[in-house]
Design a protein around this ligand. Structure first.
Ligand code: PEP
Ligand code: MN
Length: 368
């Protein structure tokens, strides 16, 4: 991992590169937990050791976690490797047991974030405690639900809070177990800039072969850290066997990642960045003018149609626009999907302006 010497403070940890949380999906045996932890610690790159003690499984009858005994093993991990530990909590009992056993970080899983009753129960149990809490996105792509969970924990007085992006389940077929839908975490970062964002590529991908498609993107998007499921023998894992990596594979991943910081103290870089931003501002300004001009024409068309009694509906014209603009866009290396979205929005706005002039008579019709 290429890193600069920039020192940052994330969740109370002093770091010079992204925060790395590693460890198995589930604690299974004392030997598996300690062996995995010692190998991870020897890489000297992870800052937190994770292990699921209580596992939320989709179907009953699968391995549902080793339970409280696993907390003793995590205590040993900390004593023998010095790594702080993190577990998932889904109810009050989990919170009390984790706190009693000196666990350093708690995380709230995706299946818990969806339920405000459960999150509130956890928040109430955490009142007066100063422990960092990481909140995974809910299983469904609902930004308010994710923000709501963060707010509930904030209101309980917890100050060290992080968000974990682990992807969103979807009925559509996808190569990912949980679709990343990057717009959501990006919007969360915009609305809650003080909450560090951590990516969990393991649960997004669902298999280790795809991990590389996600972790570098997360770092390029200025995420503060990664949570990567790591197991001393992934093939024999009792949960999420396909997505876990060995400590040696984790080492390779961390060496491959190219770290880019959002700001660097390099004058030349800063001045070319400023130059690019000026050019973008200028182009955006032109775009606004062009769009306003286009809408003015739409209003003239509306006026003309009103006088002549012609209806707006012109499907052939709209189909021609879609076809030509997509082709033109693709010739300029824009994706068809992007061009389509832009023109659909322009079309809607155009209809709005025509209707304003025509007096709202023809709802949902298309521009000429
Ligand atoms: C996990 O981290 O092992 C886990 C159960 O994750 P999620 O809540 O993202 O499904
Ligand atoms: Mn898992």
């Amino acid at each position: 991992m290429e890193a600069t010497s920039k020192i940052r403070n994330v969740l109370g940890l002093t770091l010079s590169s992204p925060l790395i949380i590693a460890g198995p999906c589930s604690a299974e045996t004392e030997e598996q937990v300690l062996s995995t932890a010692k190998q991870i610690a020897s890489l000297k790159r992870a800052s937190i050791f994770r292990a699921g003690i209580w596992k939320p499984r989709t179907r009953p009858g699968q391995f549902e976690g080793i339970g409280s005994i696993g907390l003793e093993w995590l205590k040993k991990v900390k004593a023998e490797t010095g790594l702080p530990t993190a577990v998932e909590v889904a109810n009050v009992k989990h919170v009390y047991e984790a706190l009693r056993m000196g666990i350093d970080f708690l995380w709230i899983g995706a299946r818990t974030t969806v339920n405000p009753f459960s999150v509130q129960e956890i928040a109430d149990a955490l009142k007066g405690v100063n422990i960092p809490v990481l909140i995974k996105n809910p299983v469904n792509s609902d930004l308010d639900l994710w923000m709501g969970a963060i707010e509930r924990i904030q209101k309980a007085g917890i100050t060290k809070i992080g968000a974990i992006h682990r992807g969103f389940s979807s009925a559509d077929k996808s190569q990912y177990r949980n679709k990343p839908i990057w717009e959501l975490p990006i919007e969360l970062k915009r609305r809650m800039p003080d909450i560090p964002m951590i990516c969990d590529p393991s649960h997004i991908c669902g298999n280790r072969e795809l991990l590389f498609t996600i972790y570098q993107t997360a770092i390029d998007l200025d995420y503060e850290g990664l949570m990567i499921e790591t197991h001393c023998n992934p093939a024999s894992a009792l949960s999420d066997a396909k997505q876990q990596v060995t400590p040696a594979e984790l080492d390779k991943i961390l060496k491959d990642i190219v770290v880019r910081f959002s700001t660097v103290e390099d004058r030349k870089f800063l001045s070319s960045l400023e130059d690019c931003r000026d050019r973008i501002d200028e182009l955006d300004n032109k775009l606004i003018h062009l769009l306003a001009n286009r809408m003015e024409i739409a209003r003239s068309i509306g006026e003309y149609k009103k006088q002549t009694g012609v209806t707006i509906l012109q499907n052939a014209r709209w189909n021609e626009i879609v076809k030509n603009r997509t082709k033109q866009g693709m010739e300029k290396k824009l994706t068809a999907d992007f061009v389509m979205k832009i023109f659909e929005s322009i079309h809607q706005e155009s209809i709005y302006h025509q209707k304003q002039t025509m007096g709202n008579e023809i709802a949902g019709a298309k521009e000429k």
